[in-house]
Design a protein around this ligand. Structure first.
Ligand code: ATP
Ligand code: MG
Length: 216
């Protein structure tokens, strides 16, 4: 079994997330990609997120009937601040014989050294990285520093080519708040869900200057 964890806030999920998951699934012959929204992201305690059950529902709509892609409520069910290292320990104990991967964009890789136990994260799971427009280029020296001598040299890729998709959840939230369209930035079913549940309309939502939140 080759299993990948793809964590994030997914507030809301968009086509950048989905293409990342599908690109890694195909390129690395993954049997299962677990899309996993965090309960509370460690680095944004002040940011008001959509309740995790709603973020889960949007993900479920987005990947319904997509073989190999599944939504996981592991972090939602654990509750509290979601630390990736704890999540990966749990996935490892559930699938003791699996090869475990961890998917992220280059902006998340940049922040990885600031996460809890990043070296342990890299022992538990093999990172797979994609580039993201408007952010840093994938910097593999970060992984080399974290892994030291245990850097794998089996020729498997770490950075995967993917069309650069300049979409972020921040942009989608801002668009909804401004009464603008999010069509073709996220699946139709998610667009409908956002409308029906009147998400992202409140002025009380966070003000953000960047794509900042991560899922350490
Ligand atoms: P926000 O703007 O709220 O931070 P986001 O679009 O950055 O949202 P996250 O849920 O924070 O989405 O990201 C989860 C993961 O998906 C991260 O590893 C991030 O790098 C990756 N990711 C998000 N959008 C893209 C994209 N357009 N291209 C490549 N990777 C992406
Ligand atoms: Mg982000």
């Amino acid at each position: 079994m080759r299993i990948a964890v793809f964590g994030g806030s997914f507030d809301p999920v968009h086509y950048g997330h989905l293409l990342l998951a599908e690109t890694c699934r195909e390129a690395c012959a993954l049997d299962l990609v677990l899309l996993m929204p965090n309960a509370i992201p460690p680095h944004k305690p002040d940011r008001q997120l959509t309740p995790v059950r709603q973020r889960l529902q949007m993900l479920q709509l987005a990947v319904a009937d997509c073989a190999g892609l599944e939504v996981s409520s592991l972090e939602a069910d654990r509750g509290g601040v979601s630390y990736t290292v704890e999540t990966l320990e749990e996935v490892r104990s559930r699938y003791p014989d699996a090869s475990i991967f961890f998917l992220m964009g280059a902006d998340a890789l940049r922040d990885l050294p600031g996460w809890r136990e990043p070296t342990r994260i890299c022992e538990l799971a093999r990172p797979l990285i994609v580039a993201r427009p408007g952010g840093p280029d994938p910097d593999l020296s970060i992984l080399h520093r974290l892994r030291g001598n245990s850097t794998p040299s089996d020729g498997e890729p770490t950075v995967l080519p993917m069309p650069r998709i300049d979409i972020s959840s921040t942009e989608l939230r801002e668009r909804v708040r401004a009464g603008r369209s999010i069509r073709f930035r996220t699946p139709r079913s998610v667009e409908e869900y956002v409308r029906q549940h009147r998400l992202y309309r409140s002025e009380s939502l966070e003000r953000e200057g960047d794509h900042g939140d991560q899922n350490p």
